[in-house]
Design a protein around this ligand. Sequence first.
Ligand code: PMP
Length: 460
Amino acid sequence: MNDIGNSPSARDIESIIHPYTNLDVHRTKGPMIIDRGKGVMVWDDEGNEYIEGMAGLWCASFGFGEEALIDAAVEQMRKLPFYHQFGHKSSMPSIELAEKLLAIAPKGMSKVFFANSGSEANDSQVKLQWYVNNALGRPEKKKILSRIKGYHGVTIASASLTGLPANHAEFDLPIANIGHVDMAYPYRGMEPGETEEEYSTRLAELLEQRILEEGPETVAAFIAEPVCGAGGVLVPPAGYFPKIQAVLKKYDIMMIADEVICGFGRTGNMWGCETYDIEPDSVSCAKQLSSAYLPISGVMVNDRIHDAMIEQSKKIGTFAHGFTYSAHPVCAAVAVRTLELMEERRILEHVREVMPVMQRRLRKLGDHPLVGDVRGVGLVGAVELVADKATKRAFDPKKMVGANCSEFAVRHGLITRAMTDSLGFCPPLVITEAEINEMFDRFEKALDDTEHWVTKEGLR
Ligand code: PMP
């Protein structure tokens, strides 16, 4: 790909540090250059067509080329291309967006702070917890518990919340005051004979034990994704969040819901919090907030958090946090239009209509000899490939079975995402039933190719 002197591929290799890419391999493999998109399809620069089975990075809910969002951006760009929110300034798109967002927000959310990415939202969550506990006169209550395999971003604080080894060791993370507890991962976490409810009870007990070890007076908050996304699409077992929240309430620990993937219809409800009975004190959202057409994120908080912030401002003055691009008017205008389109086009109803097809086709993959586990809800799901279905033995991670499977999928015209050996599906919410079927038809071919390759290489 990269041997043609001044080709786009060669220019990419010579100039770009790619996020989440093996930088050494990239030097020979080069980039896949995506050139254009329409609906759930994208095309590379050689004209090959792909179903975008991940909506990019779990985000382009309206697919590609949605004219209504493009128009919203252009219109706002012409009127006021930039303004900020520092020192009491505001702009109409941000006011409209805040109202719209709070009107549909999980119960109790009363104010919103805008940022530009999921990472910034979660970084702000950490700072707000520290700020608020200072305000409440309990400066020792600062620890935030997150979950192993959870994904919350890559800035210093949000990467610390993230519970994946690759985000920690080589970056000297996590920072102090952030700890990790077990993920709810039924396929690998449940004991033989244990029910989902029993597993949830055990996880809640483990959380309580950890809180007691840390000292409840030192633990400020617990953060979780309703469905853990980048950790492998891990759907919580029955009763999990209510049991977890009962423990949190007992020790006056706040619940932060990271809705960066689940928010705006992904699980079949507006929020993952609704699907899984979560009553959050604060919520991070991003990605589908603007269908990813422009970067914008939000941290919504309840009155308890906001009242404490007001008290602190009375005492010390300015709330010294915020970004140049907080509530950027063009991003906010696109987000407003995205939320309008969700209503106008009845996206939630559409998701509920097509999600049984998605889940049925996913479940069917469970018959394949490589597939150890199938999980999903709404329009998100994953299959976990294993070397031995009976014992759940995983492949040697160095063999990159998941990554190879996703390469085979590309050859069949499907972009999916390998998370170690779990392959994720998170298509644009506007995907049709026929497109869902086509997506899985293509993936089944990739699975068969993977099976042949695994057998040929003797990887079992
Ligand atoms: N939280 C969750 C649940 C995410 O999935 C992601 C990104 N995949 C983030 C936070 C970080 O968002 P960003 O990449 O926009 O910083």
